[in-house]
Write a protein that binds this ligand. Sequence first.
Ligand SMILES: Cc1ncc(COP(=O)(O)O)c(C=O)c1O
Length: 441
Amino acid sequence: MAKIKENGKKSSLILCRTSQEVIDRGIPVITRGEGCHVFDQEGNAYLDLVSGVTRPVHVGYGRKELAQAIMDQALELPYFTPMFFTNPRALELSEVLSGLTPDKIDNFLFVCDGSEAVETAMKLAKQYHSYKGEKQRFKVISRRGAYHGVTSLALRALGTALPMRHSMEPLAPGSVFVESPYCFRCPLRLKYPDCEIACAEDVRRIIEFEGPDQISCFIGEPMQQGFGALAPPPEYWPIIRDICNDFGVLLIIDEIICGFGRTGRWFGIDHFGIQPDLITMAKGISSGYVPLGAVGCTDEVIDPIDTFEHLHTYANHPVACAAGLKNIEIIKDEDLVKRSEEMGRYFLDAIKSLEEHPIVGEVRGNGLWLGIDFTTDKKTRALFPMSRLNSLVDRAYHKGLIIKLMGLALELAPPLIIKKSEIDRGVEILHECINEEAKAI
Ligand SMILES: Cc1ncc(COP(=O)(O)O)c(C=O)c1O
């Protein structure tokens, strides 16, 4: 990998998931953010419709009160161990989360990011089974198209962005993949609702095949990013919950994107009315101002575990927890969960008409998380060439709009503070780019 050039000089920095070709074209350096906009080193402004691209920045850029809370805590107590001791901010944040997360999720451990949260949830599941006398339960069920992070256990459950998985194989054994509820291009070639949610019902057969006494947990995002902001049919999660109950399999709901208002509810699973055993959180928990992730679980999961054999130096970190507390206070004070629902509806209404466009297959969304699925043939729903989608994202960037690709769709996930005028501007540029791309094909 050749080096990035910054001000004509070579930099020593390594970038994540960025090809040589992209580096050679030149890497923008983003220097500043304000509200829903970011600025590069040349002072160009970009409307950020994906909250920092990996979509954590729920409360927007430049929030002085958040920066102040971080500074105050760093001065008061920057760090103390998560083992044998604790600190006031971690205690407070666990109380606050207990009131916001789904019923019965009342126990929390704070970590540094989403992958660590997933890793920790899987370890809790495994140690829970061990304490219950079922040490042999080690398999993890995930879904094709799922994204749960990149550390070793999380990577086992990765069903999208496959080069990240393939480059690290062989991974530890025990990954079991099932199909996703991707109705627009059903992997089972069925049609909802006549399918009777076969993708969920199938999980029972797969557990029986794998050996029910070997399965530790099922992990899934309440709404899935892999195909572009994809909500399952309403029956999906209740069926999965019942199957997990029948086989003593723990259900981990990965709220790393959906949590903290992204889909118009505090948590994505709130749309489906089921009880998870564990949930994972990151991104919107601190709006990206400091690294923070968390895992939450029920008393049923934590009570049998005498000693959770796990330790990160920066677990339950006081400064990160102070940022989480202030961030949640802002989300509450500014009613950003409701705002996400209302602005999301406005945004979806504004782009729904794109479905009439010859290259747009489906437009979908919940709250401020939306997806535009493209196709070269509306009848067969043929896949849209990846190179064309990349070119669409590039076009938008050159017009001052940051969007991203997810699977074969465009994903939109702006800060929850976005205004109608900013949505209007984003939609105008999107229309232009899609028309230009269609002409170029
Ligand atoms: C649903 C989900 N789970 C896990 C992760 C991993 O989080 P992180 O990148 O913070 O490690 C992500 C990251 O995008 C995610 O979207």
